[in-house]
Design a protein around this ligand. Structure first.
Ligand code: GLU
Length: 467
């Protein structure tokens, strides 16, 4: 069996849409699970949009998502000559023709057809006029599309999609300035890149029928098509900014680990039984075109958080630390100090249960990275009232000799709560404030054990000294 070759062919838009990411993922999974190749083609024929930055956004998106591609990326615009060559070949073999119709003539044709209730698809009179009768005037190159019968797209997701040939006009291949059209470029590139499977959004389904004309005319083997339904928002309308983040960059910034994103996106429009949580190996093994749903999927932000939380919980501490270091640069510089980085390890195991994103984990660990004097949130500030301070004054000297275990600290705290006749919460709040500056943080015990005796005492003493 020949090697499977898939591709992602994004047009640069300035950012990477989550739908493009999902299409890339499906192609990647399909190829990787079958020892095939996954290729990248940048469809940069729209000069205005295809800036360097816009192209970089695609590289960065794929890189972050961990969707590695084979071979060097192909830039469509650089291949224009080859696209033209194919159009010329079609002219030579009589599968395409020069059309000299002027825009006015085309409009007149359409108006007449409309009035007569016929199809307004332009039928060029030049289709059958021999070259010897051609004028010396500007022309476009059109393909000779079949006028009768129907074309069937055998689609792995949509089934047999039949299109009446009379609805397909003699599509332009080369414009009057000689430049190739997008539809030609896609086919030539896919063919030359050896693409065997075209898995893409179903907004391209209609293009497939027209692209098939070119394959036919060139006598090239057709790729296998799988047109996947678009992603909808929770309300069943096409996913847009109204629903929330639509770009890969935004999800990265929110702190979803790439592995969780891959898992979530894989499930968006594809299923393998009831499996919701899986790793890359399983996804590659399971992924198949037959598991792609015909109905559009709905983006479910809660589910993403859930999957993300599960992946974070499952990650080993060192891997999670690595993710966190990569997550924010501020964080990365702070943990360049190896000692500090090592001190994060025990914290990681205590924060990873329950954190749904790297951002949440980072928030929970912030107490380690701050050094006093640090900002206090209003609630934390308020808990350092007279009673709170009195408790801290009573507790701090006793910490010098306490055994630094959870049990011993619990016993010590119990003597304080008894002394002040209060519940544990009333003691925890000012301690939390003094240790982290926050009203929400990991448990006081966890913080003390992670910070160690010296740092704990120093933070408590700082509060006593400044009050
Ligand atoms: N460039 C197209 C897009 O970004 C994809 C074309 C294709 O996959 O054939 O939507």
């Amino acid at each position: 069996m020949s090697t499977i070759v898939t591709r992602i062919a994004p047009s640069p838009t300035g950012y990477m849409h989550i739908g493009t990411a999902r299409t890339a993922l499906f192609n990647w999974l399909y190829a990787r699970g079958r020892g095939g190749k996954f290729l990248l083609r940048i469809e940069d024929t729209d000069k205005e949009r295809s800036t360097k930055e816009a192209t970089e956004a695609i590289f960065a998106g794929l890189d972050w998502l961990g969707l590695d591609y084979d071979d060097a990326p192909v830039f469509q615009a650089e291949r224009a000559e080859r696209h033209v060559e194919v159009a010329h070949h079609l002219l030579e073999i009589g599968k395409a023709y020069r059309c000299f119709a002027t825009p006015e003539e085309i409009s007149a044709f359409r108006e007449e057809a409309r009035a007569a209730g016929r199809s307004t698809n332009f039928q060029s009179p030049w289709r059958d006029i021999p070259e010897s009768d051609h004028p010396n005037a500007p022309y476009v190159v059109r393909i000779k599309a079949p006028r009768q019968g129907e074309t069937t797209i055998e689609d792995q997701v949509q089934g047999h999609v039949k299109i009446k040939n009379e609805t397909l006009d003699d599509m332009i291949l080369l414009r009057s300035d000689g430049s190739p059209v997008y539809m030609l470029a896609v086919v030539v590139d896919d063919h030359d890149m050896g693409v065997t499977h075209v898995i893409r959004g179903d907004d391209h389904l209609n293009n497939a029928a027209r692209q098939m004309l070119i394959y036919d005319a060139m006598d090239w083997p057709l790729p296998i098509y799988a047109h996947i339904p678009l992603i909808y928002g929770p309300d069943g309308k096409k996913l847009s900014k109204r629903h929330g983040a639509t770009s890969v960059e935004e999800y990265k910034a929110m702190g979803y680990p790439a592995v969780a994103m891959r898992n979530y996106l894989a499930r968006l429009g594809w299923s393998h039984g009831d499996d919701e949580f899986f790793d890359d190996n399983q996804a590659q093994e399971w992924f198949d075109l037959s598991g792609i749903n015909k109905a559009p999927s709905r983006f479910d932000f809660k589910k993403l958080q859930n999957v993300s939380g599960q992946h974070m919980k499952a990650m080993d501490d060192a891997a999670l630390l690595h993710e966190l270091v990569g997550f924010t640069e501020i964080f990365a510089t702070q943990v360049q100090n190896e000692e500090k980085r090592d001190s994060l390890i025990p914290a990681i195991s205590s924060v990873k249960n329950g954190a749904k994103s790297l951002q949440e984990a980072l928030d929970k660990m912030r107490f380690i990275l701050v050094s006093h004097p640090f900002d206090m949130d209003a609630k934390a500030q308020a808990s350092l009232n007279e009673q709170g301070l009195a408790m801290i004054r009573s507790l701090t000297p006793q910490l010098h000799n306490a055994k630094w275990t959870r049990e011993d600290l619990e016993t010590l705290f119990a003597t304080i709560t008894e002394e002040f006749s209060i519940g544990f919460g009333k003691l925890a709040a000012p301690l939390r404030a003094a240790l982290s500056g926050r009203s929400v943080s990991p448990s006081v015990y966890d913080m003390m054990l992670i910070l160690g005796r010296e740092e704990t005492i120093s933070r408590l003493q700082a509060v006593i000294d400044t009050k």
